[in-house]
Design a protein around this ligand. Structure first.
Ligand code: HEC
Length: 137
């Protein structure tokens, strides 16, 4: 009887060690992985930058960069926050679309589409290092 309990305990301990080992391995990544991820991120930022300065994004030949050179006055770190234009607390993406539809008279971007992600990545990258301040005006 005692042997059975001991064997069972041993099996449980081994199973925990194996599961723990697999969990640890899942978190392991190499410098090469990190470099690739950074390169992919920077390539999306670059796409965002191209959209930012492009008169093609909207419908009236105006580009985001004309009013927000280098993403100036976009304050991504303050989102989500209350915006008077929409009368509620909104995400940065909704404000991006608001400017796209109003000053640029364009068609809103799909909120989870690659162009929206690229613009968000560009804006956030320009403001890297700025402390998060959700809700701030
Ligand atoms: C004609 C000038 C003009 C253009 C062009 C323009 N914006 Fe804006 N944008 C504004 C103004 C004015 C505000 C301030 C509105 C406010 O915060 O009440 C603003 C606010 C913003 C904000 C929020 C800033 C904050 O402090 O919360 C974001 C984000 C933004 N614009 C993104 C864009 C994007 C993306 C584009 C291009 C699609 C764009 N803007 C084009 C004038 C412009």
């Amino acid at each position: 009887m005692h042997r059975k309990v001991a064997l069972l305990s041993l099996i449980v301990v081994v199973a925990i060690l194996i599961a723990g080992g697999i969990a640890l391995m899942a978190d392991e990544f190499t410098a090469k992985d990190q470099q690739r991820w950074q390169e992919e991120f920077m390539s999306v930022v670059q796409t965002g930058r191209e959209l930012w300065v492009s008169p093609e994004l909207g419908a009236n030949g105006v580009a985001c960069a004309q009013c927000h050179p280098n993403a100036a006055n976009t304050h991504p770190e303050t989102y989500p926050k209350f915006q008077q234009q929409l009368g509620r607390v909104i995400a940065l993406r909704e404000m991006i679309n608001w400017c796209l539809m109003n000053p640029l008279e364009g068609v809103p971007l799909k909120l989870d589409g690659p162009r929206m992600v690229a613009i968000e990545a560009y804006v956030a990258y320009e403001r890297r290092g700025v402390a998060m301040a959700p809700g701030k005006h």
